[in-house]
Design a protein around this ligand. Structure first.
Ligand code: C2E
Ligand code: MG
Ligand code: MG
Ligand code: MG
Length: 282
């Protein structure tokens, strides 16, 4: 009984000192089970070509339907990253998104040029089987490699291990494009980006916020866009919420916009209706 009391005391101590540990373990187990049972889901957010106002493609964003609601990636991706589950989550999203995009290509008009952007954790890039996984997802779905864009954050750009370099070369050899996500939030210089051979840079949405009323925010967006163009990269602006932001981006020659002004991320079943609309601006 002394042993039992001791154990109980330990659990209490443990819970008080690290209140999140049990919750995290539960969440990890639940996420693992949800993944195995195909209970995650993918939402699609359109990326609009600014000069023509046409939908250029979609970014696939993972969602976890849980407890009657929808858990956002911000809530469960940290645990997935910590436990390595992120590798399986990303690959599940990749397969699922390719499958849906390939289906739309056969059932909906004017979809043959639509691109698909998927987010890959930097953990993927340290794994020797990344290129195989991407190739398999493409072959299984029939989605063209040239239309697939892999979004990676700046952090990875700084990492120059052999595996990372080999993976990046392997994806390029497949024809898959690399896009730098959340640009401006990390520390990478544009020189690194050039070596990395990316196709596009996504300006983080934190830069869009002050564009209307702060001259320096608009100036930052202008500078990033100009530098990207000088390096031969296209620019996608994230987090576009107002017409004024869109107008500025248009005047800067920024190619693509993504944000709530155009559309929130939407579930699979809403994509056909969105593609039927002449314009996403209402
Ligand atoms: P991200 O890749 O930068 O994706 C854009 C995020 O901004 C999405 O959040 C999207 O819903 C949100 N967003 C888009 N337009 C607007 C806007 O106008 N205003 C505001 N306030 N937000 C906007 P979400 O879906 O919650 O995803 C958050 C992050 O989680 C993503 O940021 C990405 O880094 C990560 N993520 C999502 N899905 C995956 C995935 O399958 N794998 C990995 N590794 N990461 C993912
Ligand atoms: Mg992204
Ligand atoms: Mg982003
Ligand atoms: Mg972002």
């Amino acid at each position: 009984s002394a042993k039992r009391a001791g154990r109980g005391a330990f659990v209490t101590f443990h819970e008080q000192m690290r209140p999140n540990t049990n919750t995290q373990l539960l969440l990890e187990a639940e996420l693992r089970a949800a993944l195995a049972a195909d209970q995650l889901t993918v939402h699609f957010q359109p990326i609009v070509h600014i000069p023509t106002s046409r939908v250029h493609g979609f970014e696939a964003l993972v969602r976890w339907p849980r407890g009657g609601g929808m858990m956002s990636p911000a809530e469960f991706l940290p645990i997935a990253e910590e436990t390595g589950l992120i590798v399986d989550v990303d690959r599940w999203v990749l397969r699922e998104a390719c499958r849906h995009m390939a289906a739309w290509r056969t059932t909906l008009p004017n979809t043959d040029q639509l691109t698909l952007s998927v987010n890959l954790s930097s953990q993927q890039f340290t794994r020797p089987d990344l290129v195989d996984a991407v190739r398999t997802a493409l072959h299984a779905s029939g989605f063209p490699a040239e239309l697939l864009k892999v979004e990676i954050t700046e952090g990875l750009v700084m990492e120059r291990s052999d595996v990372v370099t080999t993976n990046i070369a392997g994806l390029k050899a497949l024809g898959v494009g690399l896009h730098i996500d959340d640009f401006g939030t990390g520390y990478s210089s544009l020189g690194y980006l050039q070596r990395f051979d990316a196709q596009a840079l996504k300006i983080d949405r934190s830069f869009m916020g002050g564009v209307e009323d702060r001259a320096d925010s608009a100036e930052l967006v202008r500078t990033i866009t100009a530098m990207a163009h000088n390096l031969g990269l296209s620019v996608v602006a994230e987090g576009v919420e107002t017409r004024a932001q869109l107008a500025l981006l248009r005047s800067l020659g920024c190619e693509y916009a993504q944000g709530f002004l155009l559309s929130r991320p939407i579930p699979v079943q809403d994509v056909p209706a969105l593609l039927e609309r002449d314009t996403l601006l209402t």
